[in-house]
Design a protein around this ligand. Structure first.
Ligand code: ATP
Ligand code: MG
Length: 354
């Protein structure tokens, strides 16, 4: 059964392309390499889980090589300093391990430990115009939510940094949420322009969207780590209940699934449907006149039961942080070796000094 949220027109096109991509991956997983990641700005949440995390593990299990980036430098795009970096980095590692990311097959690493990756930013910046950077709708949205009074150069250029993240390991599949589509388009442009100018080095990566490419948070806007509107994967059952009780709904007592006109109610319905693997219209119809209180009870039970095994595994890993951090150290070494090789190729292609 397929559960579909109502995506924007751009996401609809990308969704169709995703279906074709899925088919090609399942035919020959060894031809694909995934790069994807998150900023260590807070705990991973259900938006990540349904938007991209599940796809990461599924692709790994299909035999695709997976790179997961903990984008520590990018924390500084919208704030002055990176707070609680160690805690958030540990949290990201715990979430990935609990969900089934296997360090023997997948590489988890941080920006700051892979200098050669960051060096790709220089040639890549020369391939894009300032106007292109300025029109990126996701960057505009993030500026609107930024905690800084002035917009930093890093905010405008981080989509180019993201191109370096993807292309350093020649990633050709990027499982992401809808907000990342403009960035991925820019990565494709950079790969194409580099290849035209200097000869074929990079693939043009494709986005892989899930059925929930834009999950809304408890305030009815995109669920985000930094917006105090998320339901963290690592939250307790009680915390989850409290967060869902505080979610925005509306005055209409009869529960329906209508994302266009009732975003708050519909995102709760969708959350329950995703956890229960059911159709959101059916879930809404069942609650019907029960109102927001019944809806929230259904969502809380569905989320807590769905996440119980993940949370149990997460707690086991949390008891062994020495092991968890060793996974990152090994991943950093692997990623650094890959980045060194790519940087070498780039220098060769560009005819720069070595
Ligand atoms: P921040 O608020 O710090 O930017 P975030 O919650 O937006 O955090 P990111 O680290 O920016 O998370 O995003 C990591 C990945 O998760 C990206 O691929 C992004 O598209 C996806 N993602 C984030 N939020 C959602 C969401 N609400 N629905 C679907 N996918 C999401
Ligand atoms: Mg974000």
């Amino acid at each position: 059964m397929t559960i579909t949220a109502t995506p924007s027109p751009t996401a609809t096109g990308a969704g169709l392309r995703s279906a074709g991509l899925e088919h090609r991956i399942s035919r020959d997983p060894a031809r694909f390499r995934v790069l994807t990641g998150d900023r260590p700005t807070g705990p991973l949440h259900l938006g990540h889980y349904f938007g991209t995390l599940r796809n990461r593990v599924r692709l790994q299990d299909l035999g695709v090589e997976v790179f997961v980036l903990i984008a520590d430098y990018q924390v500084l795009t919208d704030r002055d300093t990176a707070e609680r970096l160690q805690e958030h980095t540990d949290g990201l590692l715990l979430d990935h391990l609990a969900l089934g990311v296997d360090p023997a097959r997948s590489t988890v690493f941080t920006h700051s430990a892979v200098p050669a990756l960051n060096q790709l930013l220089l040639p890549f910046l020369s391939l894009v115009s300032v106007a292109e950077l300025g029109r990126n709708p996701t960057v505009k949205d993030e500026i609107a939510h930024s905690r800084q009074s002035a917009v930093s150069g890093l905010m405008y250029t981080y989509p180019v940094h993201q191109a370096a993240d993807i292309l350093f390991c020649k990633g050709n599949v990027v499982p992401v949420g809808q907000d990342q589509l403009p960035h991925l388009e820019l990565t494709r442009t950079i790969a194409r322009r580099f290849n035209e100018r200097y000869g074929d080095v990079f693939p043009e990566p494709e986005a892989l969207l899930s059925a929930a490419p834009l999950l809304l948070g408890t305030d009815g806007t995109k669920m985000s780590k930094s917006r105090a509107n998320s339901i963290p994967l690592g939250a307790t059952a009680d915390e989850t209940a409290r967060l869902i009780r505080g979610a925005t709904t509306d005055a209409d007592r009869h529960i329906t699934y209508d994302p266009e006109t009732r975003p708050g109610v519909s995102s709760l319905v969708l959350l329950a449907a995703l956890c229960l693997e059911r159709d959101p219209h059916e879930v809404a119809a069942e609650i019907g006149g029960g109102g927001a209180a019944a809806l929230k009870r259904t969502v809380t039970d569905a989320v807590n039961s769905h996440l119980a095994p993940v949370r149990a595994r997460r707690a086991e890993y949390a008891a062994d942080l020495t092991y968890v951090r060793s996974v990152l150290r090994a991943g950093n070494e692997r990623a650094a070796a890959v980045a060194d090789r790519t940087l070498e190729e780039v220098r060769e292609a560009m005819g720069t000094f070595r």
